[in-house]
Design a protein around this ligand. Structure first.
Ligand code: SF4
Length: 365
């Protein structure tokens, strides 16, 4: 537990923000968006500081074609292991959960180890591997240690976080970002130094932050301080967990098992060197080769859904015409409304600012 005087911190945020003009801070991570929404942190911000949600929902960014292929396999009787977060994400025609209701063999697991344990029964199975850098080492290390039964194949829909941040800054010209809160969990694996490029190549303040509300407020304070005093750099606020070099051993496993490839992001398109595919030396586990999957086609975006814009920080959920009208957590039309890290689902559950608002004048200096 961090010991921080929140009132003082918020007062100092207001002091720093004075005279800065509009400042837009992107929180990369879905969990940061949860903290910001759940604790009403937006309502504590000065008028000129906007917190925008970024692309950090790994389930939201997997193209629909992957879900479609998993459904086809599962309807053919091949058991598909999936994380619960992916279970209800819509593919082109349906979700895995709907497919299961129609007889497909889909099983929710909490980890790759669960899938290994269950696959020891010998049934032909596929693990739907989804996630950012945090989840990749658990698969890689089991493959390196030859712990994976031959009847268990892997679909790698793994994605990497720094390349999508570069993509947003290079390719998405119509949004302004003045500072970035980098993901804490991911950085435990890749290290805080992985985010240095944001300061060095783009001149942006960047803070690797933890997941207490205090962590997020400190990150906002530090970004504003860097802007105010023109002292742009990488700051690791989460040093109680994240090392500058990350978890070298875990990351080495990933390098042994996967090749970095250009990969599709749902509704966005191909992002350079942003995905992982199994190396040839692990081809016997590659579901892509075993079943001839190409992950092409599929409908990523339902009519009216603005998930891709929301993932890129171009739009807020409330700017989607379907938000809480026809799309809600019980009946999601896009992936951002499903996962606990999806911005629309978070705003649907916790975004009622009227209920959690603390008047900003309470913190005026
Ligand atoms: Fe897509 Fe629903 Fe979010 Fe709109 S509210 S962007 S339809 S997930």
């Amino acid at each position: 537990m961090l010991k921080v005087d929140i009132n003082r911190l918020v007062r100092n945020i207001h002091k720093l923000a004075k005279g800065l003009g509009d400042v837009r801070i992107m929180g990369f991570c879905g969990t940061h968006e949860y903290v910001i929404s759940y604790y009403g942190i937006r309502s504590l911000m000065p008028e000129n500081v906007e917190l925008i949600a970024g692309p950090g929902c790994p389930v939201c960014v997997v193209p629909a074609a992957y879900i479609d292929e998993c459904i086809k396999l599962a309807l053919d009787g091949i058991r598909v292991f999936t994380y619960g977060d992916m279970y209800r994400v819509p593919g082109t025609e349906m979700s895995l959960s709907r497919a299961k209701a129609e007889g497909a063999d889909v099983k929710i697991v909490y980890s790759f180890l669960d899938a290994i344990r269950l696959a020891k029964d010998g049934k032909e199975s596929v693990f739907f591997g989804v996630g950012f850098e945090t989840t990749q080492p658990s698969v890689a290390s089991r493959l390196v240690h030859k712990d994976v039964p031959r009847n268990l194949k892997i679909i790698s829909a793994y994605r990497l976080t720094p390349p999508i941040m570069r993509y947003i800054l290079d390719e998405v010209r119509d949004i302004a970002i003045d500072g970035i809160i980098a993901p804490g969990h991911v950085s435990t694996i890749i290290g805080s130094n992985a985010w240095k490029f944001l300061a060095e190549d783009y001149g942006l303040p960047v803070v690797v932050a933890g997941f207490e509300p205090e962590d997020v407020l400190i990150a906002i304070f530090e970004i504003l301080r860097q802007i105010k005093f023109n002292d742009v750099k990488l700051f690791n606020e989460y040093s109680r967990v994240v090392r500058s070099e990350g978890n070298i051993k875990a990351w080495r496993y990933v390098g042994k098992v996967f090749d970095v490839v250009s990969a599709g992001w749902r509704g966005i398109g191909i992002v350079k060197e942003s995905g992982l595919e199994l190396k040839n030396s692990y081809a016997e586990y590659d579901a892509r080769l075993e079943y001839g999957l190409d992950f092409k086609g599929g409908r990523d975006v339902a009519p009216g859904c603005r998930c891709a814009d929301i993932i890129l920080g171009r739009a807020k959920p409330t700017e989607c015409p379907l938000f809480m009208r026809v799309c809600n957590p019980s009946s999601p039309k896009g992936p951002c409304m499903v996962s606990s890290e999806g911005t629309c689902a978070i705003w649907a559950r916790y975004g009622n600012l009227n209920k959690i608002r603390v008047k900003t004048k309470d913190f005026k200096t």
